[in-house]
Write a protein that binds this ligand. Structure first.
Ligand code: FAD
Ligand code: UDP
Length: 366
């Protein structure tokens, strides 16, 4: 029987941050068990067969408003000064996204001032008594033309249902700007770990109090480990043997292609609302600043929601009335367990950005 203070299930950014804090600041012994054959969870990056650094589970850009989060990670990495930019491919053109003054100029091929944009919106936006869904959120702010060109089909592709059937929060993430700010994120701290996420995570785990086992499901070895407390970052429904049903996720399949040219796209990410089966393409070299005579693109194909027991690998939780009601039942169960904490995107059944995962781990363990 192995004895540790803390058993952590899952070596994603949540579990790794928790381990690092507990080992370094609380002098606890920690064992992390990870069922994939690598650390990092969905933030894992690696070199492909041509030596190009790729993000195996889709593009990950670090951005945060929280100085404590930035400072914590900065102990283990320097940062590349990358500021994320996205274009949407609309009407055969690469157009600035999120919507800002430049977007209007590129779309309508004439010059716009801030007042012109405000006048356009005043005329086009649809006044609604209540914002009931993801479509309302856009048409009430930007009008139907912008909705049809940038949001309608992208949302349908991404989620497999009409924006009318989705919560307003889904499209609320995308702002409209009345200036020419082209940054996708406006957080004061943003960048890419200088040597990649996996190297950052290795540095965080490099401590005598931390032991990591990969390629093992915690259920296969939990009876061989004696621990005071467990931090569980796996799927909460799985922990309780799905007694209240499966929590659904919208999956994404990634296809990577290497091209014999230095660059293909004008920016790191291009969204394709109206063309192709994929939602977006990422060209990693824009983010990693890697010099290479080839380039690698990642195409994202959304897949059906997982209604049955399945691996919520790279995926978004489908937050509808039924799933949220079921999640609450699980949450009640978690509150009854005094020696297990549930955190992370799977443990909390939430869409969490990386910084929120780090923040939650700091708040729990710090
Ligand atoms: P995970 O990374 O999922 O880690 C959980 C780990 O637990 C996994 O490795 C899993 O294998 C393991 N596990 C599960 N069950 C068991 C078990 N029974 N036994 C052992 N191990 C188990 N966030 C950003 O901030 N910026 C971005 O640009 C960004 N881009 C994204 C793009 C995509 C396509 C997606 C889907 C998400 C993106 N995110 C982004 C969100 C980011 O991926 C998450 O915030 C982060 O990965 C969550 O980390 P986690 O540790 O909570 O979960
Ligand atoms: N969205 C869209 N068109 C775009 C980009 C986003 O309609 O070009 C919508 C879509 O519904 C998506 C949501 O806005 O799910 C949030 O977009 P974001 O890029 O924040 O999604 P992420 O991939 O980061 O979850």
């Amino acid at each position: 029987m192995k004895t540790v203070d803390i058993l952590i299930v899952g070596a994603g950014i949540t579990g790794i941050t928790a381990a690092s804090i507990l080992a370094r600041e609380k002098n606890k012994t920690v064992l992390i068990i990870e069922k994939r054959h690598h650390i990092g969870g969905n933030c894992y990056d690696c070199f492909n067969e041509d030596g190009i650094l790729i993000h195996l589970y889709g593009p990950h850009i670090f951005h945060t408003q929280h100085k404590d989060v930035w400072d914590y990670l900065s102990q283990f990495t320097d940062w590349l000064d990358y500021v994320h930019h996205v274009k949407a491919f609309v009407d055969g053109k690469y157009i600035s996204f999120p919507i800002n003054i430049n977007t209007f100029e590129q779309l309508f091929e004439k010059s716009f001032t801030k007042d012109d944009v405000l006048a356009y919106l005043e005329q086009k936006k649809i006044d609604l008594p209540e914002i009931k869904n993801a479509e309302d959120m856009v048409i009430s702010r930007m009008g139907k033309t912008i909705y049809d060109k940038f949001f309608k089909n992208y949302t349908r592709k991404q989620w497999g249902v009409d924006a009318k059937d989705l919560a307003p929060e889904i499209t609320e993430r995308i702002p409209i700007r009345f200036d020419r700010d082209e940054r996708f994120f406006t957080d004061p701290y943003q960048g890419m770990p200088e040597k990649g996420y996996t190297e950052l995570f290795k540095a965080m785990l490099d401590h005598e109090n931390i032991q990591v086992i990969t390629g093992k499901d915690y259920r296969d070895i939990k009876d061989q480990v004696k621990f005071d407390k467990m931090i569980y970052t796996g799927p909460v429904d799985e922990f309780f043997d799905y007694k209240y049903g499966y929590l659904p996720y919208r999956g994404i399949n990634f296809s990577f292609k290497t091209y014999d040219q230095e660059n293909c796209l004008p920016v790191a990410v291009v969204n394709y609302p109206n063309d192709h089966d994929y939602t977006r393409i990422t060209e990693f070299k824009h983010m990693t600043f890697q010099q290479h005579y080839k380039t690698c693109l990642c195409y994202e194909y959304p897949a059906p929601a997982k209604a049955e027991k399945d691996e919520p690998v790279a995926s978004y939780p489908v937050l509808d009335k039924k799933s949220l009601a079921n999640y609450l039942k699980y949450k009640n169960e978690t509150n009854k367990l005094i020696n297990v904490d549930f955190i992370g995107r799977l443990g909390e059944f939430k869409y969490l950005n990386m910084d929120a995962c780090v923040k939650n781990a700091i708040d729990l363990c710090g």
